[in-house]
Write a protein that binds this ligand. Structure first.
Ligand code: HC1
Ligand code: SF4
Length: 574
């Protein structure tokens, strides 16, 4: 440990800590803007400057390590003035249209201007750069008129996702963040994960908003509009309405969706159970009949896009199962349409996802079991929050309600899909019982839980060692894929989720302030919601879901049947 003084207080901090961390440990907040822990530690924005006794210049607290006997001041008149000037300089080339900005109220720049008392937005007014919006990607928009060049987005894209399709172009005053060679984002190999949006402190990056399309569909009396919220939405939507992170708002979410005016409020958790039926069947089939192993999960569309682009020679590892989002839409427009006597083209299927890549997935080829798109509109958790506000629903005063039949019932296995390792655990609960013919004594597979980037386990089942791996975040996926490509992996089953921590930390989830993100384990807090939701259920294995059993009895026959294949499976493109 190291002993130092911060603002005259004696502070002890672990050796190797930065001044920012040491101060935080002592309850002293230093403002930051470009800093994202482990991702963007460049000390460039100058917001976190502090005075260190004996140092000639102000130092950046986010990167400067503590030393024994160091004396630090974090909030002197000089520092407040310096930070205020930094903000005024940023504002001198920022469009400042806060009233219409999607991030107003959740913008880190706006908040700092408030906290540091910026009163003259035009202090350094002068020449401004003007940028066209980049709306070339299916899922998101870049508005560089609001970009503050912090590089949080490009650092995430490069380091966390190993995609690296955005970065600084030009130099000096003309510097802007974009794709190389003046390409639009849509022309690059961007995987649509939205992690850059989650990292952005301002309104420079945001998803393409589809809430008007949802309201139009609801207003159209010739349409039957159904909605399916993803597992992870219930784990984070509450954050938009002032609930502490880690609050399960499943019941209020269902009530809100009903009040928005959807004809049926169903649940993606239902089709997550369905996915397990098909995926476990496919896995056992591959094991028994010498199919390609390891089999890899296919529910995360950012991961699929990454695999298609970077590992086109490895596509045969991917499960042919559509994602739960798509299985849900496909079943809605076949089974449910027939059951209800509604033409598939008169049904509008809306999904609410923690994800921006789902906006891309709904437009993929071979995702139209009834000859019309399986899913019509996909909105993010953030868009749902906006929609709830727009139609004047007081979320906090809503009662807790349930989901509708016949596509609303789920087991605990479906709920945990949203956390990294959840799909693997859900699949194991079904596959192991199938392989052994015996009931599992314990349904928890703790080895595959937790927010680490890569997890491995071996399970001894029916005389066989089943070796599994779980990875989240594409930099971790890359490690696993390189091993497989080199013939150095002997896994049987691999789960990969595009976003670090899985869908709970998806690019469509409520924005998390960097200050929270840097000092708390957001992924673990949100994942706990799903594991608690699972533990509270009586039914925790997908094959025990009575609604799923009914679908097979009435319609699909057996898992892996021809009909199931036609409706619930897909192909991939090199
Ligand atoms: Fe996910 Fe999935 S878990 S991909 O993260 O398999 O988005 O939550 O809906 O489709 O179920 C996302 C979450 C989600 C699918 C499921
Ligand atoms: Fe990179 Fe993902 Fe953003 Fe695309 S969506 S630019 S892959 S971080």
């Amino acid at each position: 440990n190291v002993n130092l003084k911060i603002n005259g207080l004696d502070v002890t901090a672990p050796a190797g800590s930065t001044i920012l961390e040491a101060a935080r440990g002592a309850g002293i907040k230093i403002p930051t803007l470009c800093f994202l822990k482990d991702i963007n530690e460049i000390g460039a924005c100058r917001m976190c400057v502090v005075e260190v006794k004996g140092a000639r210049n102000l130092v950046a607290a986010c990167v400067h390590p503590v030393n024994e006997g160091m004396e630090v001041q974090t909030n002197t008149p000089l520092l407040r003035e310096s930070r205020k000037r930094t903000l005024e300089l940023l504002l001198s080339n920022h469009d400042k249209k806060c009233l219409s900005c999607v991030r107003s109220g959740q913008c880190e720049l706006q908040e700092l201007c408030q906290e540091l008392g910026v009163t003259d937005e035009e202090h350094f007014a002068g020449e401004m750069t003007h940028y066209e919006l980049d709306d070339s990607a299916v899922h998101m928009i870049r508005d560089n008129n609001k970009c503050i060049l912090c590089r949080r987005c490009s650092a995430v894209c490069e380091k966390v996702q190993t995609v690296g399709v955005i970065g600084p172009n030009n130099r000096g005053f003309a510097t802007f963040i974009g794709s190389p060679f003046d390409m639009g984002l849509g022309e690059t190999s961007c995987v649509s994960c939205g992690q850059c949006i989650a990292a952005c402190p301002t309104g420079a990056l945001y998803e393409k908003d589809s809430i008007e399309a949802v309201l139009d569909a609801i207003a159209d009396e010739t349409k039957h509009v159904v909605v399916q919220p993803a597992p992870s939405v219930r784990a984070a939507l509450g954050e938009e309405f002032g609930y502490p992170m880690g609050t399960d708002v499943e019941g209020k979410m269902a009530a809100a969706l009903r009040r928005i005016g959807f004809d049926k409020v169903f649940d993606t958790d239902f089709s997550a159970d369905l996915t397990i039926m098909e995926e476990a069947h496919e896995f056992l089939d591959r094991v028994k009949n010498g199919g390609v192993l390891p089999m890899m999960t296919s529910c995360s569309p950012g991961w699929i896009k990454y695999c298609e682009h970077y590992y086109p020679d490895q596509l045969e590892h991917l499960s042919s199962c559509k994602s739960p989002q798509q299985m849900f839409g496909a079943l809605t427009k076949t089974y449910y349409a027939e059951k209800m006597g509604i033409a598939p083209e008169d049904i509008v299927c809306v999904s609410v996802m923690p994800c921006t890549a789902k906006k891309f997935e709904i437009g993929r080829e071979d995702q139209n079991a009834a000859g019309v798109p399986d899913v019509d509109i996909s909105i993010t958790t953030r868009e749902l929050a906006r929609l709830i506000r727009k139609v004047g629903i007081d979320f906090r005063s809503l009662p807790e309600e349930g989901f509708d039949d016949p596509l609303g019932e789920s087991t605990g296995a479906g709920v945990i899909f949203g956390a990294t390792g959840g799909v693997m655990e859900a699949a194991l609960r079904t596959a192991v019982e199938e392989l052994t013919g015996e009931e599992l004594e314990k349904v928890e597979f703790m080895e595959v839980r937790g927010a680490e980037g890569i997890k491995e386990a071996v399970y001894h089942v029916a005389g066989m060692d089943v070796k599994v791996a779980v990875a989240s975040g594409l930099s971790n996926a890359k490690i696993i894929m390189d091993k497989i490509r080199a013939g150095k992996a002997d896994y049987h089953f691999v789960e990969i989720m595009c976003c670090p921590g899985g869908c709970v930390n998806g690019g469509g989830q409520p924005q998390v302030h960097a200050d929270v993100r840097n000092f708390t384990d957001v992924r673990a807090i949100r994942a706990k919601v799903l594991y608690d939701n699972d533990a509270a259920k009586t039914l925790r294995k997908s094959h025990e879901n009575p609604s799923i059993q009914r679908v097979y009895e009435e319609y699909l026959g057996e898992p892996g049947s021809q009909k199931a294949h036609h409706i619930l499976h897909t192909t991939y493109v090199k």
